[in-house]
Design a protein around this ligand. Structure first.
Ligand code: ATP
Ligand code: MG
Length: 393
């Protein structure tokens, strides 16, 4: 029955002159997202984006299109020739199916008249079509309710064709990927950082990722897990450049020279600096972390202050005021949760102190760093880093 999808987009509609650039980007991103299930005709018509589908593929296609950043909703519709009787018949067909499938007892017809020369106004169309479907429904308990209907059937009489549709599936919203610069995400194997990276990408930002490991202290599998997470993200974000950085020498240097309770904060400052330097060389203008106030010892307000002070690039922390339970909900929804909870050692967990400082003082931390060859350690870690490209298929 359905032969077309309408992709609805929100915010990009208000971008004035740039609107068509955003729309074209969105069309390209929709096409890319659909690639995994086949070739689709995706096109723009009168400020709307359509995708041609058929009975065999529309459900799968909807599920892909709703994942594209910038799409607020996807609506399966029936497109037919421009004929008012056909439009009425189609509305009846759709309502009949909805009544058969669910416990629908009340409905409403909403109409749109694209062709302004048509004899009826949209209001008159709604009344006329409503009367027609009501008198032709076998189920006589179904009624019109214009205030609070269980289902709204929208009928459009457009310049080239007619369209009939009822419900839509919500998308994530946001802005089309590739319309807002690039950020470097610090990606651990945990629950939070994939979510924070996804949230920034949702605002149209291209992302790259950096992961710190302590191979051979941490095993090959913990790196594979991070690749798996990047792969899931790349479904939404396109191919991701993942920078693998070995920080074993840094961890050792900290362990040998500094106070044990400062280990975590010190290594976090190294991570930030390395991410910033790699980020600069890759034209990124911000760092992204999965930190959230008070979640662990290194994420107290003082801990965040010390971490932040190690870099000059802006650090975006989309999860900063979120509770773990809400972060988990997003992780489950976007499909990273199952992978994130696989138990693997992280470079931090290996060297984490029994009693980390929860109120580190920046002067003390900076003093501890004077015992280390900070520049040399960073330089060598970056020189030995490996850049991989992770993509979905
Ligand atoms: P996550 O669930 O993302 O691992 P977490 O609650 O374990 O977060 P921390 O280990 O304190 O928190 O890390 C805070 C943030 O620092 C992470 O969200 C991530 O952005 C970054 N980070 C931590 N460890 C690594 C790592 N090994 N590689 C890259 N980034 C890391
Ligand atoms: Mg972690």
């Amino acid at each position: 029955m359905y032969n077309i999808l309408i992709a609805k987009y929100g915010e990009i509609g208000v971008k004035g002159k740039n609107r068509y650039l955003f729309e074209n980007k969105l069309i390209r991103n929709i096409r890319n997202m659909l690639k995994s299930i086949g070739e689709f005709h995706v096109y723009k018509e009168y400020g709307r984006i359509y995708i041609d589908v058929d009975d065999t593929n529309y459900l799968k296609a909807m599920d892909e299109v709703r994942k594209v950043f910038g799409v607020v909703g996807v609506c399966p519709a029936i497109k037919r020739e421009k004929d008012y009787d056909v439009l009425k018949e189609t509305a009846l067909e759709l309502l009949k199916e909805k009544v058969e499938k669910g416990n629908i007892e009340t409905f409403k017809i909403a109409s749109k008249r694209g062709d302004k020369s048509f004899k009826f106004t949209s209001q008159e169309m709604s009344i006329d079509i409503g009367g027609y479907v009501l008198s032709n429904l076998d189920n006589k308990s179904v009624k019109v309710d214009v205030r609070n209907p269980q289902i709204t059937i929208t009928c459009e009489y457009r310049n080239e064709h007619t369209l009939v549709y009822a419900d839509s599936v919500a998308g994530y919203g946001g802005l089309p990927l590739g319309t807002n610069g690039k950020a470097m995400c610090l990606l651990s194997g945990g629950i939070d950082s994939p979510v924070s990276s996804w949230m920034v990408a949702k605002r149209g930002v291209d992302i790259e990722a950096v992961h710190f490991h302590s191979y051979p202290f941490t095993n090959e599998r913990s790196q594979e897990k991070v690749r798996d997470l990047a792969r899931i993200l790349s479904k939404y974000c396109g191919p991701i450049k993942l920078h693998m950085v070995n920080t074993l020498d840094i961890q050792k240097a900290i362990a040998e020279n500094c106070n044990e309770e400062e280990t975590t904060i010190l290594s976090r400052r190294f991570m930030m600096r390395i991410a910033q330097q790699i980020g600069e060389s890759r034209y990124c203008t911000a760092l992204v972390t999965g930190e959230s106030i008070g979640q662990v010892a290194s994420q107290t307000m003082q801990g965040l202050y010390c971490t932040n002070a190690s870099v000059t690039m802006p650090v975006f922390r989309p999860l900063i005021a979120m509770d773990k339970i809400d972060i988990i909900k997003i992780a489950e929804d976007i499909g990273t949760y199952e992978t994130s909870i696989i138990p693997e050692a992280d470079c931090c967990s290996l060297f984490s102190p029994k009693k980390p400082v929860t109120k580190p003082r920046l002067e003390r931390i900076e003093k501890s760093e004077t015992k280390l060859d900070v520049e040399g350690l960073i330089k060598s870690a970056i020189e030995n880093s490996v850049m991989e490209t992770i993509s979905f298929e």
